[in-house]
Design a protein around this ligand. Structure first.
Ligand SMILES: [Fe+2]
Ligand SMILES: [Fe+2]
Length: 256
C-alpha cells in the first residue's frame, strides 16, 4: 500500500498537517504478509455487487447497531466523528455486500468504533503531535487506537457481544492508523470505509476545512494519494464515482 505524503492522509486530518511517509523500516508483519499472499490481486476484485451511487442513497441500515450508537454518543462529538463515523459505516455496509465472505458484523462494529478513542485523548495534542513528522508513529495516534479499544471493551459486552468478538474488533481498531498493512479482509474493508467517506461531498466539506485547503486542491489529492491506497476494487470504484460527482458539483475544474 502506498503511503500518504501530504495532509490528505487516509486517516483523520488536521489543519496544516505535515505528514511523513512510512519508511521501509517497518517491522515484518506475519499476519499482514499472510493476508497479502491470500489476496494477491490488488485492488481485491469484488465477488458481490458494487453500488457506486451516492452514499446518501444507502444510509447505514442495520438497526441492531442503534444501541451501540447510543452507547458512544459522547465519543462522536470529537473531531467530526458524528459525520465521519456514520458515513464510514454506510460505506462499510456497502463493502460487505461486495465482499460477502467478510464477517460483516465485525466490519460494521469495528468501523463504527474505530475512531471513538479520539474523545479520550488530549485534543490539543491531536494537531501538535498527531500530524507532525512521521504521523503514523506519533504517540497520540497510538493513544487514540488504544482508547478506541478501551471504548469497545467498555460498551460491547453489555450489548451482548462475546469476549472473543470484542477482541477481534480491537485487533482491527488497534493499528488502523499506525500499522501500514491490513491483516484480514475485515481489516481491509474497515480501512477502505475509513477512506471512502472523504470522497462524498460531506467528507470533502469537512476534511478540506480541517486541512485549510480549498476543495480543488483537496480533491486533487484524494485522486493522487488516497485512491492508490484503497485495498479493494469495490472501494476504488466507489471512490472514482464519488470523486467525479463531487468535482462536478463543486466545480473544482473552474474554481481553482
Ligand atoms: Fe483513526
Ligand atoms: Fe477514521
Amino acid at each position: 500500500m502506498s503511503t500518504p505524503k501530504t495532509p490528505v492522509a487516509a486517516v483523520d486530518p488536521a489543519p496544516g498537517a505535515d505528514i511523513g511517509a512510512v519508511t521501509a523500516t517497518e517491522p515484518a508483519d506475519a499476519l499482514g504478509d499472510a493476508f497479502a499472499a491470500e489476496y494477491s490481486i490488488r485492488p481485491i476484485p469484488a465477488p458481490g455487487p458494487v453500488d457506486t451511487a451516492p452514499i446518501s442513497t444507502t444510509p447505514a441500515a442495520v438497526e441492531e447497531l442503534d444501541a451501540l450508537w447510543k452507547a458512544v454518543v459522547h465519543e462522536t462529538r470529537t473531531r467530526g466523528n458524528d459525520i465521519h463515523l456514520p458515513i464510514s459505516l454506510a460505506f462499510a455496509e456497502r463493502l460487505c455486500r461486495a465482499y460477502p465472505d467478510a464477517d460483516a458484523d465485525l466490519v460494521r462494529v469495528a468501523t463504527l468504533l474505530h475512531d471513538t478513542g479520539w474523545a479520550h485523548v488530549d485534543e490539543s495534542r491531536i494537531i501538535s503531535e498527531g500530524f507532525a513528522g512521521d504521523w503514523r508513529k506519533a504517540a497520540i495516534r497510538y493513544e487514540h487506537e488504544l482508547q478506541g479499544c478501551n471504548v469497545a471493551r467498555r460498551v460491547l459486552p453489555g450489548l451482548g457481544y462475546s469476549a472473543e468478538f470484542v477482541e477481534r474488533v480491537c485487533e482491527i481498531i488497534d493499528g488502523h492508523d499506525t500499522r501500514p498493512v491490513a491483516r484480514s479482509l475485515e481489516d481491509a474493508l474497515m480501512r477502505d470505509a475509513d477512506r471512502l467517506w472523504r470522497f462524498d461531498q460531506a467528507g470533502i466539506a469537512l476534511a478540506s476545512s480541517w486541512f485549510g485547503m480549498d476543495p480543488a486542491t483537496y480533491t486533487d489529492r484524494l485522486a493522487t494519494e488516497i485512491v492508490p491506497e484503497l485495498i479493494t476494487q469495490a472501494a476504488a470504484d466507489m471512490a472514482e464515482a464519488d470523486l467525479s460527482r463531487s468535482n462536478a458539483l463543486l466545480k473544482t475544474a473552474v474554481i481553482r
